[in-house]
Design a protein around this ligand. Structure first.
Ligand code: ZN
Length: 157
């Protein structure tokens, strides 16, 4: 196929089977590294605070998105918050029904502008209410690996 060849129908497209070896490495970044170390090592949620804008970021940021100030004030945030919204899952991604429905919620973490999406546990779906207080339930220290999965889910506070 020449450079000047113009394909006007997708039936004319040609392909060559093969593989391209690609490897990717994504880092958590400075703020993510510290955030997940806080979860892993101390079972706590860390945020960063911009005093100028009176904003506390969770997950933390190293620069304020409002004023672009470098953020150096790290704060411990309570591992709890209010349920902002939720959805009930009745089947997995393959369409197989769950024995017990699973609940995913957006929990606005207290004293921050941030929120985490996670499983809501310990509640029947019909008892869940927007605005209810929930707290994070962490895995034991020996089970934590430095990921959001170190939180098992949020349960009623
Ligand atoms: Zn700011």
């Amino acid at each position: 196929m020449g450079v000047l060849e113009k394909i006007t129908s997708n039936q004319e497209l040609r392909s060559w089977p093969g593989e391209i070896p690609l490897e990717n490495l994504y880092t958590m970044g400075l703020a993510g590294e510290r955030f997940f170390r806080g979860i892993k090592d101390e079972a706590k949620l860390l945020g960063t605070r911009c005093k100028t804008c009176d904003v506390t970021y969770l997950p933390p940021r190293i620069y304020c998105q409002g004023c672009f100030e470098k953020l150096v004030n790290w704060v411990d945030l309570p591992p709890q918050g209010k349920l902002e919204t939720f959805t009930i899952l009745n089947q997995d991604r393959a369409g197989r029904p769950y024995k017990t429905p699973r609940i995913l919620g957006l929990v606005r973490i207290d004293r921050s502008e941030g929120a985490l999406i996670h499983y809501i546990q310990g509640l029947e779906p019909q008892k869940i209410r927007i605005g209810m207080k929930l707290k994070a339930q962490f895995r034991s220290s020996s089970e934590r690996k430095g990921s959001i999965q170190d939180i098992v889910g949020f349960v009623p506070a």
